[in-house]
Design a protein around this ligand. Structure first.
Ligand code: ZN
Length: 117
């Protein structure tokens, strides 16, 4: 239950974050275009904000899905063995990368989210 709430917060935060970046980017883009009509300009900013927001959000979701696919519930994709967290690298302004290595065959996956097994 607690995990579900956490996940929802995470998604909500991701969405707000994406649209905020989208809004900022669309403001920059629209200000470069010469749109005289104020109403048209406002609509263009909002539409663009959502388009960019969803693009970012989509990439974000895709990454999570990719992570889940690679993670495969903690079983190695090559041999079905168990993954073990072997390394964590911090990427500046981006977050952490988690390396999991299979105990049996040494197959290593790289995830952007931390999994516990
Ligand atoms: Zn393996």
């Amino acid at each position: 239950m607690k995990g579900k709430v956490k996940m929802r917060m995470f998604i909500a935060f991701g969405l707000v974050f994406s649209v905020t970046i989208g809004l900022f980017m669309s403001l920059v883009i629209i200000s470069m275009c010469d749109i005289k009509n104020k109403k048209k300009k406002r609509i263009a900013i909002i539409v663009l904000a959502f388009v960019i927001g969803f693009l970012i959000g989509g990439t974000f979701c895709l990454q999570t899905q990719m992570d889940n696919k690679n993670w495969n519930n903690g079983f190695c994709l090559k041999c079905g063995g168990q993954y073990e967290l072997t390394e964590v690298t911090h990427i500046k302004n981006s977050g952490n990368l988690y390396y999991y290595t299979c105990k049996d065959c040494g197959y290593t996956i790289k995830l952007e989210t931390l999994k516990n097994n």
